[in-house]
Design a protein around this ligand. Sequence first.
Ligand SMILES: Cc1cc2nc3c(=O)[nH]c(=O)nc-3n(C[C@H](O)[C@H](O)[C@H](O)COP(=O)(O)O)c2cc1C
Length: 662
Amino acid sequence: MSKVEFEHLFSPIKVGPMLVPNRICETTNTINSSQIPGEIDENYIAHHAAKARGGTGWIGSETWLLHFPFPRAAPDEVGLSVGFAAHQSAYQNPAFLEGMKKFIGEVHDAGSVAIVQLTHLSAVWAPSEIPAVGAQDHCPHELGDEEIEAILDIYGDAAAAAKACGADAIEVHCAHETLGYTFLSPVTNQRTDKWGGGPQERIRFVVEALKKVRDAPGKDVALGIRMSGKEFRKGGFDNIESREMTYYIGETGLLDFVSVDVGHCWGSPSYVPSSYFSHGEFRECGKAVRADLGDNIKVLFAGRVNDPVIAEEMLQEGYCDLIGMVRAGIADAEFANKAREGRLGEIRRCISCTRCIDEASEPMTFPYKPRCSINPVIGNEVRWKNEFKPAEKSKRVVVVGGGLAGCEAARIATERGHKVTLFEQGKRLGGQLNLAARASGRDDFEDQIYFEENEMERLGVDVKLRTDADVATIKALSPEAVVIATGAVPRVPHDVVGLDLPHVVQGWDAIRGTAEVGQRVAIVSQEDYYETPTIAEYLAQKGKDVEVFTKSTQLGFEIARYSVAMVLAHMENVGVKVTPNLVLNEIKSDGLEFVSSFGGHKYRKEAFDSVVLIYGQVPVHGLYDQLVADGDIEEVYIAGSAWIPRFMAEATEHGASIGLTI
Ligand SMILES: Cc1cc2nc3c(=O)[nH]c(=O)nc-3n(C[C@H](O)[C@H](O)[C@H](O)COP(=O)(O)O)c2cc1C
């Protein structure tokens, strides 16, 4: 591949008094990397500073959540006080400030700039007694004038602390579920006093907060806001009104930058758009604001830009001055350096599965820590710092299975100096990713297969495709360590009658194209994550009439609230019908007999040509059992779904962890 020139991406830019070394921005992402609540620990520093060292010029790290003067003796409902005094913000904790100074020092040493985002959430207190976001139906406390003044002072106080820590810029968060947003939105701001009204009145709170930040004692910093370019909420502001408000805020002369994204936290899109959206889909929102504001206020756009080439194009075509690339840096902290050095093929591109934000908002597995489906370092930065080093002795290693777990075990073991042979029975690496990527809303998943294929070639792993491995094949190579990553197969329910009827097929065979599926399809699911929506989407896009029957209260029951709305909206868009709360008892040639999940009532559903079953997976571990019983090879590992079928992140982490251990 000829070297791509990144004329714009790597050019510095002045934002107010701040010189940003390039256009690549880690906009703020509260991924909860610190393991010590209320403090900045070594995990936090390792996570975010790695991005600075990896070439990201603008480091937004994690938001500073600000406190509120709760009524006397009221419990702190938003939990800001975890780890330090009740009803205080983290910035009032000396240990937090100490950590922040150290962190900003590392960011500066790497040549990047540090941005502090100030956030007042709006779940508990708000301009009006209207829930801040669709995800909550609790009525917040309506702020009185004195309370608003107290909150504005807190912005000033926090800004002084941020300046003292060495921040280069301060961003007042006015998007998503924040107090700034609820003042700006015509849905949530119903006030008739000076804080409410039309767009010019609703900006008052934000402008006053900006003044407090500007006037706070300390160094001269760049000042900006995070602003939603479009709410995507019933009755919310559209792009025209967002531009109008941004323009009026800009007119005050207080702004050096505006960071634009779209959506709020429970919606479609959410502000962390998934792979159902195209790359930088809402980029026009950045371009419009940029045209309105003129040259002095720089515009940052963020929203599913995962590729330096796309980022370069967007800069060149004037969509923005700076590009948010948060998840690009979670998937690969080194992506910017790799792009600059022309090593594009080595970049692990974010697949926009949204596991990172799901984990941060509603942790799914223990221990609670940041997770990425494809980058095993995330959440384990300190371990990697200590353990990712050349192996003391180079060993002969055999890996069986080329899914995520097997590939990661092979990749890391090879990087550490072992000689690895990988057997894969299919024609391609990637395991289940090959199935997921067949649905068009998930086709980015194929990027991870390309990554693994490229890495195997670059590192010199001996990959043997279309090859079954048994104990004899493995022993013929005299390995000193063996990794069994043979994955999983679909689970067949043991308590359903009629499974042998000819119109019953497994979901994997339906998406693989190895089973015939008729026009009217009933998908019966006992799987609560992405497998069901992905197979449903695939069949709907083939023109089938698809209805999903799920045992749970909704399709995608395990998908966190920041992402699930995108899944449900996408299902509607592709024409998939969903019926919740049903457990399948019996399949007959002319219908399906269900019982309701909770009430025990019986239901019959008819008129389907095919029944597609999705009941989760069972591990394939026979080869591991045989090797252990055989006992000749000392180091035998089992990895990923062959051990227990979980999610991508767990398979990735498990495989890589074995690669670190061998
Ligand atoms: C785990 C996670 C936490 C986030 N937390 C915040 C936050 O605290 N404040 C904020 O303004 N945006 C937050 N975001 C949104 C990001 O700044 C960014 O706008 C979003 O991820 C889309 O950009 P991307 O496609 O480059 O990832 C978060 C995103 C992620 C993935």
